[in-house]
Each structure stands twice: as structure tokens, then as C-alpha cells.
Design a protein around this ligand. Structure first.
Ligand code: ADP
Ligand code: MG
Length: 244
């Protein structure tokens, strides 16, 4: 049973092996990780260490090869495909490095689409889309197409899409990876504000400046958690102007 003290996310001894040609890649090994509702956790580590694989597992885009993943106290492996899809749509908000907006839909329609998939009535969709665009300060662009926006603006729209459905957790894979420094900082400030308003956030980054925005930093190496510690209080995450 779920109790208030249960972590939202609990991975026990999770592994993930990819088999390609004759090669066996252990993308995740012996991963133990608990994440509580309201936490902001950064996942860091070198290229190829398993960060995206971990996020895909957390987001039910991929299944572990071994171990157990419990989301909200429920073992994920016991869910049917339909239940997994439902949880992905309702409980998880994804933010990707490449924004992944749909080019021939407007800003409004991009944010609305996941709500349409879950069968939400039009009036509630409209209210939620408008509120989400307000929160990322993109309401003035709601009729624009993604190609008419800067990278930073596109990512803010992608954040609106992720939060519009009030998911239990936001998963962000290198959300600043395609952005220049000023836009990256603006997106990070936005994520920090969302966390301040109660969102649970798991963010992959290889940028130590941005890992410092999180409460806690989990370092992966060769698919294993090699460090898992609170961000020191003196780390330069105190504000947008605290970093160079
Ligand atoms: P990161 O995001 O930290 O750069 P990934 O999680 O993408 O790392 O990849 C971890 C390892 O797993 C890498 O060696 C990568 O090549 C391998 N890998 C990831 N996805 C697949 C896949 N679908 N098939 C085969 N190997 C994969
Ligand atoms: Mg990656």
C-alpha cells in the first residue's frame, strides 16, 4: 500500500541491458534510487553513462531488464500496456533536449494535444492550455508555429505542454542542451520556479552549473550510481545571477 512516506519513485536493483549485434551494453546496473514528491533531482554523468536510459525507464518509455520500479507505490511491471500508456499521459511530463514540438501545430495546439489524447473536454483543455502558457510566459505566441520561435521559446512551450496535464513528475533530458547560455538560464529559472510551486522534477544535465539548481545530484558512471548527495547549500544555485 502507498503511504504518505513512500517515495513517489522507487528503483530497486534496476538494470537495463541492450543487445545489438554481438554486443551487450549494460546501460544501467544495480540502480537503487528513491525520489520523493516535491524533490528536484539532477542526474549527471559523462556521455553514454545511462542518463537517458534511466529517464526512459522512469518515464515508462522503456522497461528495466531486471530489478523493480515502483511508481506511487505500485510495481510498474505489473501494469498492462494500457495502464502504462495512461500513466505516461497523465502522471509524467516529458521535456526533451530537442523540444519535440510538432511543426504543423500551433503553440496552443502543441500544448493541447496530450490533453486531447486523454479525452478532456474542450473547455477544460482551453483553460489548462492558457494557464500553462501563462506560467511559461508564452501566451502572446499561442497562434505561432514552432519554427517562428527561438529555441528558448520553443523549450518554454515544451515545458507548458509537460505541465498542462498536472503530472506527478516532470522528466527533463538535457533541457538546456540545445540552448545558448541566456536561454538556458531562463529555462532553468523556469524549472526552478515550477519546483518552488511544488513540481517534482528529475533532470538530466551534464552542466554542473545547472545540476546545482537541483536539491540533490545523482551521478552515474557506467550505468551505476556512484554518488547521490544533496546539493551543498553554498553551491552556486542561489539565483539566476549567482553563476557566470
Ligand atoms: P547518456 O544519456 O548518459 O548519454 P544513454 O542512456 O543514452 O547514455 O546510453 C547508455 C548506454 O546504452 C550507451 O552505451 C548507449 O550506446 C547504450 N544504448 C542506449 N540506448 C540503446 C539502444 N536502444 N540500443 C542499444 N544500445 C543503447
Ligand atoms: Mg542522453
Amino acid at each position: 500500500m502507498t503511504t504518505a512516506n513512500d517515495p513517489l519513485i522507487q528503483l530497486d536493483n534496476v538494470s537495463k541491458v541492450f543487445y545489438t549485434d554481438q554486443v551487450e551494453t549494460h546501460a544501467l546496473a544495480n540502480v537503487h534510487l528513491g525520489i520523493r514528491s516535491g524533490e528536484f533531482v539532477a542526474i549527471a554523468g559523462p556521455s553514454g553513462c545511462g542518463k537517458s536510459t534511466l529517464l526512459s525507464v522512469l518515464g515508462l518509455l522503456d522497461s528495466p531488464s531486471g530489478g523493480e520500479y515502483r511508481l506511487g507505490g505500485k510495481p510498474v511491471h505489473s501494469l498492462s500496456a494500457a495502464e502504462r500508456a495512461r500513466i505516461r499521459n497523465r502522471e509524467i511530463g516529458f521535456i526533451f533536449q530537442a523540444f519535440n514540438l510538432i511543426g504543423d501545430l500551433t503553440v496552443f495546439e502543441n500544448v493541447e494535444l496530450p490533453l486531447t489524447y486523454r479525452g478532456m473536454p474542450a473547455a477544460e483543455r482551453k483553460r489548462r492550455v492558457e494557464e500553462a502558457l501563462e506560467r511559461v510566459q508564452m501566451s502572446h505566441r499561442n497562434g505561432h508555429f514552432p519554427a517562428q520561435l527561438s529555441g528558448g521559446q520553443q523549450q518554454r512551450v515544451a515545458v507548458a505542454r509537460a505541465i498542462a496535464g498536472s503530472p506527478a513528475v516532470l522528466l527533463a533530458d538535457e533541457p538546456t542542451g540545445n540552448l545558448d547560455s541566456a536561454n538556458a538560464t531562463a529555462v532553468m529559472d523556469l524549472l526552478r520556479d515550477l519546483h518552488g510551486q511544488g513540481s517534482t522534477l528529475v533532470m538530466v544535465t551534464h552542466d554542473p552549473r545547472f545540476a546545482g539548481y537541483a536539491d540533490r545530484q545523482v551521478h552515474l558512471f557506467d550505468g551505476q550510481v556512484v554518488e547521490d548527495a544533496a546539493t551543498p547549500a553554498h553551491a552556486p544555485h542561489a539565483g539566476p545571477h549567482a553563476v557566470a
